[in-house]
Design a protein around this ligand. Structure first.
Ligand SMILES: Cc1cc2nc3c(=O)[nH]c(=O)nc-3n(C[C@H](O)[C@H](O)[C@H](O)COP(=O)(O)OP(=O)(O)OC[C@H]3O[C@@H](n4cnc5c(N)ncnc54)[C@H](O)[C@@H]3O)c2cc1C
Ligand SMILES: NC(=O)c1ccc[n+]([C@@H]2O[C@H](COP(=O)([O-])OP(=O)(O)OC[C@H]3O[C@@H](n4cnc5c(N)ncnc54)[C@H](OP(=O)(O)O)[C@@H]3O)[C@@H](O)[C@H]2O)c1
Length: 433
């Protein structure tokens, strides 16, 4: 008898889970991929930077999974709103939660909630056209902006701030957002690491791209680029070499300037009604390797602070959650009987898209070995249940209609391959005219 599995979330982890389930040879499987948005692919659509088109094309691989006859996409259905864990367990033999990490980590410093202090999650959602954030959410009216954190998301955010609207015009950035980027007053961007160049989390390829920006000079202070010791892994050595090659370089007069700073931690975001500055303290590592302040401070006169210090998962109603690690406790993907987890919700918000493939494979191995030889559920009331509750899931074909409308919009605007439709209503209008 067919094994029926619900996968919650259609990001890379969810789709790789569906693929691993279908491609194994032991069992006949039917997989429903249940997604709160009308669109699949999670952060591949609403995270990966719009100018990283080759990475975005991973969606072409993921789409082939959704087109398998054993897989069904149900968009616009939210676990915790339209369905409960009990509903899922009554309809499926097993459930895999793969809902990612949707919110920002907090800095925990005064001024963090002032207008102009912005979570990278919101800013990324904005330029990616996520329906949770409206195009009018941000106006880039400050000449100086600080980006806190030196990970790959910070690098993405910096690149989008540094590029001209023209450079981004062929991407899928929603048109209203592109217009706002075109009106940007940003002249100086400060990217701030609380430790040294050898501790930065960004990867070499992404760092190098900053040095190739046509619209911004990149500067590093010589004293902050100094690194003690020399035995570093290749990636880190590469980062250090690139940063040191930029140190002391004079700006050549490009319209924008990016200052990459190290050994500074934010201690207060200043301002009364909105952000007027950022107070930083110089840092060093303690004997135990912890970041500690030196008591030396500096203030930079920024009107916007973008906090790019990592994402975190949110608890799902009825699903165990560890508030310390902000993940779902599991053993090789197993949470408890018939319930499993994959992706960022399972292991925290680190790793590239491909990392989720082996991670999903592990969860699927556990699931199959647990369920081998067990009785199967005889009924699957999920469709009737959703109908009863007035929920009409967005089908895969309806998603294709949204995609086609985005292609048509790009064409009419003389932009690239597609332009994202802004807002849920526009998406639903496109697929249910
Ligand atoms: C800004 C950013 C840029 C990135 N860029 C790159 C890159 O260029 N290259 C790279 O290799 N990696 C990149 N990554 C990392 C990569 O995106 C992640 O490794 C990957 O997306 C994690 O997959 P996931 O499926 O666990 O989560 P997600 O991709 O977040 O997918 C989770 C899905 O679950 C859905 N969901 C959430 N809650 C519910 C619910 N209650 N009910 C139903 N559905 C729900 C969400 O809408 C979403 O579609 C980036 C990450 C970020 C944050
Ligand atoms: N192109 C790509 O491949 C790409 C693009 C985007 C994202 N991703 C991946 O997605 C994952 C998430 O990326 P991310 O950039 O959000 O997270 P990340 O890699 O964990 O980087 C977070 C950064 O924030 C800093 N930070 C954390 N808390 C801080 C605090 N209180 N004060 C100051 N700084 C603080 C960290 O410094 P410490 O190290 O000192 O903690 C680090 O520099 C990563 O695995 C990343 O590689 C990949």
């Amino acid at each position: 008898m067919t094994l029926r599995v619900a996968v919650i979330g259609s990001g890379p982890a969810g789709i790789y889970t569906a693929e691993a389930l279908v491609k194994q040879a032991q069992e006949d499987v039917q997989v429903d991929v249940i997604e709160r948005l009308p669109t699949p692919y999670g952060l591949v659509r609403y995270g990966v930077a719009p100018d990283h088109t080759s990475i975005k094309s991973i969606a072409n691989y993921l789409r082939r999974v959704l087109e398998l006859p054993e897989v069904r996409f149900l968009g616009g259905v939210t676990l915790g709103e339209h369905l409960s864990v009990e509903d899922l367990l009554a309809s499926y033999d097993a459930v895999v939660y793969a809902t990612g990490a949707m919110v920002d980590r907090k800095l925990g410093i005064p001024g963090e909630d002032l207008p102009g202090s912005v979570a990278a999650t919101d800013f990324v959602n904005w330029y990616c056209g996520h329906p949770d954030v409206s195009a009018s959410m941000f106006t880039l009216d400050s000449p100086e902006v600080a980006v806190i954190g030196v990970g790959n998301v910070a690098v993405d955010v910096v690149r989008v701030l540094a590029k001209t609207a023209e450079e981004l015009s062929s991407t899928d950035v929603p048109h209203d957002v592109l217009e706002r980027l075109g009106e940007s007053q940003v002249k100086a961007i400060h990217m701030i690491g609380r430790r040294g160049p050898e501790h930065a989390k960004f990867t070499l390829k992404e760092l190098r791209e900053l040095g190739e920006l046509a619209n911004a000079d990149v500067c590093v202070r010589e004293d902050e680029a100094v690194v003690l010791g020399g035995d570093f892994p290749r990636q880190i050595r590469g980062n250090i070499d690139v940063l040191q090659s930029w140190a002391g370089r004079d700006p050549v007069g490009r319209p924008r300037r990016l200052d990459v700073r190290f050994w500074l931690r934010p201690v207060e975001i200043l301002g009364t009604d909105r952000v007027e500055g950022l107070r930083l303290e110089r840092t060093r590592l303690s004997e135990e390797g912890r970041v500690v302040g030196t008591g030396e401070f500096e203030t930079i006169p920024v009107g916007m602070v973008l906090r790019s210090v990592g994402y975190q998962s949110v608890p799902l109603p009825g699903v165990p959650f560890d508030e310390r690690s902000m993940t779902v406790p599991n053993e090789a993907g197993r949470i408890r009987e018939r319930e499993y987890v994959a992706g960022w919700l399972k292991r925290g918000p680190t790793g590239v898209i491909g990392t989720n493939k082996s991670d999903a494979a592990e969860t699927v191995r556990t699931l199959l070995s647990d369920l081998a030889g067990h009785d199967r559920l005889r009924s699957a009331p999920i469709d009737a249940l959703l109908h009863e509750r007035g929920v009409r899931p967005v089908t895969y074909d309806e998603w294709l209609a949204i995609e086609a409308a985005e292609g048509a919009l790009a064409k009419s605007l003389g932009r690239g391959e597609r332009v994202k439709l802004a807002g849920l209503e526009a998406m639903l209008r496109a697929c249910r005219p």
